[in-house]
Design a protein around this ligand. Structure first.
Ligand SMILES: [Zn+2]
Ligand SMILES: [Zn+2]
Length: 159
């Protein structure tokens, strides 16, 4: 499902209008300067159903015939609640990793906790692949997984 626009906040959770954050990367006004920026913009592209951008930012060697179909299905069947970036690291100027969690359902358990790898080629960062991790638990004082701008302890406290 395409996510509805948040109030003055980009889909990726940063407190900037979409057009000044991921929108400028997705719209081709800017290119991602580091892996986290690319990762965030790919999440926003999932939220807005921008398959072209998702394919364009996937490393050419990782592209498959059925990418568009798979992406279309994922987007149609997923409710994008919230992205939480846990850690970012650069192994070299052309190699980086981002660990994140995406919450996509009606419980905190419906989440994808992944370490994504990125490479830079010809001045552009690309998503290479990812490794799945175990369930990630949010702290009481963190923003709730449901996408509301409320702390967990004031929102879905019991789940
Ligand atoms: Zn953003
Ligand atoms: Zn909540």
């Amino acid at each position: 499902m395409v996510k509805s626009m948040l109030n003055g906040q980009c889909y990726c959770g940063i407190s900037l209008p979409y057009s000044e954050c991921c929108g400028s990367l997705i719209g081709g006004v800017q290119v991602a300067q580091q892996p986290e920026q690319l990762m965030r913009s790919r999440y926003s592209a999932f939220c807005t159903g921008n398959i072209d951008y998702l394919v364009a930012t996937l490393h050419p060697e990782m592209r498959r015939q059925d990418d568009r179909e798979v992406l279309q299905n994922t987007i149609a069947n997923t409710h994008w609640n919230r992205l939480k970036v846990i850690a970012t690291s650069l192994q070299s100027p052309v190699k980086g990793e981002v660990e994140f969690v995406v919450f996509y359902g009606s419980t905190a358990q419906e989440q994808m906790h992944e370490l994504s790898r990125f490479v830079k080629e010809n001045g552009r960062w690309y998503y290479l692949d990812g490794e799945m991790f175990n369930h990630h638990s949010l702290g009481r004082n963190e923003l709730c997984w449901c996408g509301e701008n409320k702390k967990l302890k004031h929102c879905h406290r019991t789940s």
